[in-house]
Design a protein around this ligand. Sequence first.
Ligand SMILES: [Zn+2]
Length: 339
Amino acid sequence: MDNDLTFCQMPLDRASTLRKSNTWLQEKLSAVDSRFYFYWRGNYLYIEEKICVFTEKCTVDTDVDFSKTLAFTDVITRSPITFLGTNEDVAHFVCDLSLMTDIEITPWLGKVAFDKVEFIDFRRSLSLLNPQQAAIISYAKALIHWQKSALFCGHCGGKTKPMDGGHRLVCENDSCQKEHFPRTDPVVIMLVEYQPKSGPAVCLLAEHHRTPEQVYSTLAGFVDPGESLQEAVKREVYEEAGVTVSSVSFIDSQPWPFPNSLMIGFIAQAQGMDLCLEEAELRSAGWFTAQQLADFSEWGDEGDAPKLPRKESISRLLIDLWCERQLRIADNALSLDTV
Ligand SMILES: [Zn+2]
């Protein structure tokens, strides 16, 4: 099923076969319409709060002639560049300026020669982006994060060099030559529901120590080695809440670039309502009906009322889907009663 979640609307063709050709990549690097995003230490370059996408001729979003500035040619030949993909044959790249120090980056920003030029933190900048842009720069951030964690071969300690436009790292040690590929960490995230013998169904939500107080979201956890996704759901729910679940059903997934996870969403059926919380993970937890959740505030609202998680998260998608289904069941029951 397609969803509207943040990071799920990638407009680029990753061109995973074409990017293996160095000749093709070099042609795209020098093509006048190729687009370049600029990344520096967890931040992206913005001009007047628009994500800055440079081509050799202009900044696409501001439509200002960029060829008059030195900034582009100054860094494009000496900073790591990763190929992201193509859109209608136009190649997109991310240029990582993170090797530049605080002292070097400020004068470079001056060379960009526009007003209101700044680097904005990736997470903070998401509200300035459309869903397609958010998908592109989160993908770029995840790739850069992986490249930085694999500068040296985990097998022999030798230096690695980027291949395939930055999607494969190869050990430079001739006696090793081990290949390293981008890493994605699978995380199961699950809405646990319980249907009492009488009355409406309830779902289990928890306050996590990692989120602000009074924000109630679904349980989640990393998949262990040698574990199926369904096993991970059952283990995590038992470890965190002391609840045994069955009937684990996949609902949807979402890449989550903090730093490079894949959230895999499920709904599972609880066998009972008794809770035994893992206090190191959870501040509190409780069972809620859809009617109660309808009265919750939104993430970021003022006040002490309980709140739902961010709208762009898969946790919120699971909660919204469950609530819609429960309200539909309640409506059907009501219409049957009135027949
Ligand atoms: Zn090696």
